[in-house]
Design a protein around this ligand. Structure first.
Ligand code: DC
Length: 221
């Protein structure tokens, strides 16, 4: 069973996808975390974020994978747990450049398909319904206004001890939307058969219930 959840930055995809995966006892795959991990790796090795060949060499030598530690999913680059390190504003502001490199995407998509081949998954990202799993059983496209998403990111940052101004976050989110939807390879785009959910005025539970209903309707689960 494959559930694809796509949408722009900070639309609440990962929060919702995690809850749905828990409820259905499926594996949750945060594909954005994979591109963030690649960005972290390039930064650690001081490779330019535009250097496609060197970055793909690095990924082939140092694997990126998910592991469960104390019931929590963590992401590793080699043997380093980078789950927190990939959430800094520096990585957030540079990940669009790295994730636009076609060879990097090719390697990540292969790995994502492999995960989905061996497990029931809820996978979130930008191109899951269009490119990674075009045959997914259920495709959701989550959207929310830039202002609402900036407010959510602001709260999330506060819990991590990071203070950013709301206006700055709005500008960053709008810029990332633009980059994610205008890149050449697999841009952020709603799949023709995806169901769009605008979460601007919905709380987490309302979104979860909506998606569970869609899953039930489409798959009888
Ligand atoms: O969901 P996120 O903010 O953690 O994603 C980080 C970046 O990775 C985002 O700017 C777009 C990119 N991304 C992508 O290109 N394709 C995906 N399937 C997931 C994320």
């Amino acid at each position: 069973m494959q559930i694809a959840i796509d949408g722009p930055a900070s639309a609440g995809k990962s929060t919702i996808a995690k809850i749905i995966a828990d409820k259905l006892n499926y594996i949750y795959t945060d594909t954005g975390a994979m591109y963030r991990a690649v960005t972290w790796l390039a930064w650690q090795k001081q490779v330019d974020f535009g250097n496609e060949n060197q970055i793909t060499d690095l990924i082939q030598k140092i694997p990126i994978n998910f592991r469960i530690l104390k019931g929590q999913q963590r992401i590793f680059v080699g043997d380093t747990d980078v789950s927190e390190a990939i959430r800094t504003p520096f990585i957030t502001n540079n990940v669009s450049q790295v994730s636009s490199l076609p060879l990097v995407r090719q390697l990540m998509v292969e790995q994502q398909r492999q995960i989905a081949q061996n497990n029931n998954v809820v996978m979130d990202g930008r191109d899951i319904g269009t490119t990674v799993l075009p045959q997914a059983d259920v495709k959701i496209f989550m959207v929310a206004s830039v202002h609402e998403r900036a407010k959510r990111r602001y709260q999330e940052n506060l819990t991590r001890g990071i203070t950013t101004s709301l206006t700055e976050l709005e500008t960053e989110i709008a810029a990332r939307d633009y980059k994610d939807s205008h890149r050449q390879t697999s841009p952020l785009k709603k799949a023709a058969d995806a169901i769009e959910i605008d979460t601007t005025s919905l709380n987490i539970d309302q979104v979860v219930q909506k998606i569970l209903k869609i899953i039930h309707f489409k798959t009888n689960k």
